[in-house]
Design a protein. Structure first.
Length: 295
């Protein structure tokens, strides 16, 4: 799953500064129902069939409840699992899924509404498009999702939905000539994310993944105490086939990302020994955000 530095804000971004398209699906009633989730899997897969006017796949990644994997503990085992396992959509399995979405630092509000009545789709664009093209593509994705999910679904425009008034941003930080000690960088990351959380719905970095991984493995919800422990956790994540950690921080810590989700603008994160390399962003406008209402 591709991860990003997300900062959702109220202030509109300049025209054209949209690196994602976003959809919210309201399936009708509680999201965590076996029937809803089974249909969601197929409908999500079909979004990859949408093409642009040149016959290209418009997106490079799709983050959603049905396309995401996550590290989770199941009994005595720790594995990298799909969020929606169709064979596990029992009452107990649905409860486990809801708990995982709430507890995992990269999931939560980014994928599911607070009322558990809707789920979000983040479609990261693979090519530059004019505003009119983005609007056309967004409508194509929304119509495809509506048609494949249920007969009573309709597309609602005007950027109406849970993400209305939000913005998304992704900051990529590059190390200077000498990479700072990883433990010191993780402490700085944790502090920056803490600052973001004061004004956001959600924020995370590689530090949060490492803390989460330690908690899943041995119940210890703390930062790694040494570079050796950091390296060991990277090896464990790699053995579980999870890319979440490396997406947010390369093992050599040359490049880092932070993620935040909120309504207020925040200053660009600042870490000792790093500079801003790139920023991607999104804001809820009629050309970048639609809802699919099946209620």
């Amino acid at each position: 799953m591709r991860k990003h530095l997300i900062w959702l804000l109220c202030v509109a971004l300049p025209a054209g500064a949209q690196d994602w398209l976003a959809l919210t699906l309201y399936p009708g009633g509680e999201l965590y129902q076996a029937e809803h989730l089974q249909r969601l899997v197929g409908a999500t897969q079909n979004l990859w069939q949408v093409k642009d006017a040149q016959g290209r796949t418009p997106i490079q990644s799709l983050d959603s409840l049905a396309s995401t994997n996550a590290i989770a503990a199941q009994g005595d085992d720790v594995r990298f699992r799909r969020l929606i396992e169709t064979r596990e959509l029992t009452p107990a399995g649905l409860k486990t899924l809801a708990g995982l979405v709430e507890q995992h630092p990269l999931l939560g509000p980014r994928l599911v509404t607070a009322q558990h009545d809707g789920t979000h789709f983040w479609l990261r664009l693979a090519h530059p498009y004019a505003e009119a093209e983005k609007a056309e593509l967004l409508l194509s994705y929304a119509k495809r999702l509506a048609a494949d999910f249920a007969a009573n679904c309709r597309v609602a425009g005007g950027a109406q939905g849970t993400l209305q008034g939000f913005q998304l941003a992704e900051w990529t930080l590059q190390a200077e000539a000498k990479v700072p000690p990883r433990t010191a960088t993780l402490q700085a990351l944790q502090q920056e994310v803490g600052n973001l959380r004061q004004r956001s719905e959600q924020a995370y970095s590689a530090a949060d993944i490492l803390i989460y991984l330690k908690r899943v493995l041995n119940g210890d919800a703390s930062l790694p105490a040494s570079d050796d422990e950091v390296a060991q956790l990277y090896l464990i994540a790699e053995s579980l086939r999870s890319r979440d950690l490396q997406d947010l921080a390369r093992p050599d810590f040359q490049r880092l990302k932070l993620v935040a989700l909120g309504r207020e603008r925040a200053a660009t994160p600042s870490l000792p020994g790093y500079h801003l390399e790139a920023k991607a962003q999104w804001s809820s406008t009629p050309n970048s955000y639609l809802t699919v209402d099946c209620r």
